[in-house]
Design a protein around this ligand. Structure first.
Ligand code: ADE
Length: 227
């Protein structure tokens, strides 16, 4: 999969992409991420990117031309399955959306900045608008890093244990069950006997029941099929 990210501050994205599982995905050639600095497409000698809102109102907006020029330059090189705009008023990200995006070939992600982008970019280029939660961050870079990580780890071959993403919380609309490692007892705090029993059908049953219990207690909305 190839992901192109358009940003006025691409440096904010480097570290999350250069470590851990995202690094491994790229080293293995399973994921290619290209960062594009919108400043390179800025207008005039000051490389201007922002401007005042028509009709008045606080805050500057990202102008249309630099974004359009960057998008169209990339579109001339390949076809994009999705052009995603990171915005707090987008669809709230969930595991189903991550699964769907992870099956695409080429994705472009536009990070908003300032007060947002000129609406005409949304109308004419954007195919999906994604929020990572009901709070406002200072730009779309951290949300884009969240999105890339959540998609990248789902690509076949990225995780060592192929099955592990399947058992993540949310894959079945259930939260993951409690997990334990050694020692089996610490300060008298014991690991549940069933996990030490070697009885795998019983272990599976216990895990399922614990998942269900945890979901009922913490996120009953998931059981009602909501996101
Ligand atoms: N940009 C600013 N806040 C955001 C959020 N919550 N989700 C996605 N993009 C954003």
């Amino acid at each position: 999969m190839r992901i192109d990210i358009l940003s006025v501050m691409p440096e904010l994205l480097r570290s999350p992409l250069e470590h851990s599982i995202m690094k491994r995905a790229q080293d293995k050639g399973l994921l290619e991420v290209h960062l594009h600095n919108l400043r390179d497409y800025g207008l005039g000698k000051n490389k201007q990117l922002d401007d005042y809102q028509f009709g008045g109102g606080a805050g500057m907006l990202m102008r249309l031309e630099p974004v359009v020029n960057c998008i169209e330059k990339l579109q001339a090189e390949r076809t994009y399955d999705e052009i995603i705009y990171m915005t707090p008023d987008g669809q709230r990200l969930n595991q189903q959306i991550c699964n769907r995006f992870s099956m695409k070939e080429n994705i472009m992600i536009l990070c908003g900045h300032y007060k947002g982008i000129d609406e005409r970019i949304r109308e004419h280029f954007i195919t999906a608008e994604i929020s990572i939660g009901d709070y406002v961050l200072s730009g779309g870079e951290l949300p884009a890093a969240v999105l890339v990580d959540s998609i990248g780890r789902l690509l076949p071959g990225v995780l060592n244990d192929e099955t592990s993403a399947l058992f993540d919380s949310f894959q079945d609309n259930l939260l993951a069950p409690p997990i334990y490692t050694r020692p089996a007892e610490f300060r008298g705090w014991k690991v549940p006997d069933v996990l030490l029993s070697g009885n795998f059908p019983e272990i599976e049953k216990w895990r399922y029941e614990e998942s269900l219990k945890r979901t009922q207690e913490r996120r009953p909305d998931l059981l009602e099929g909501e996101d």
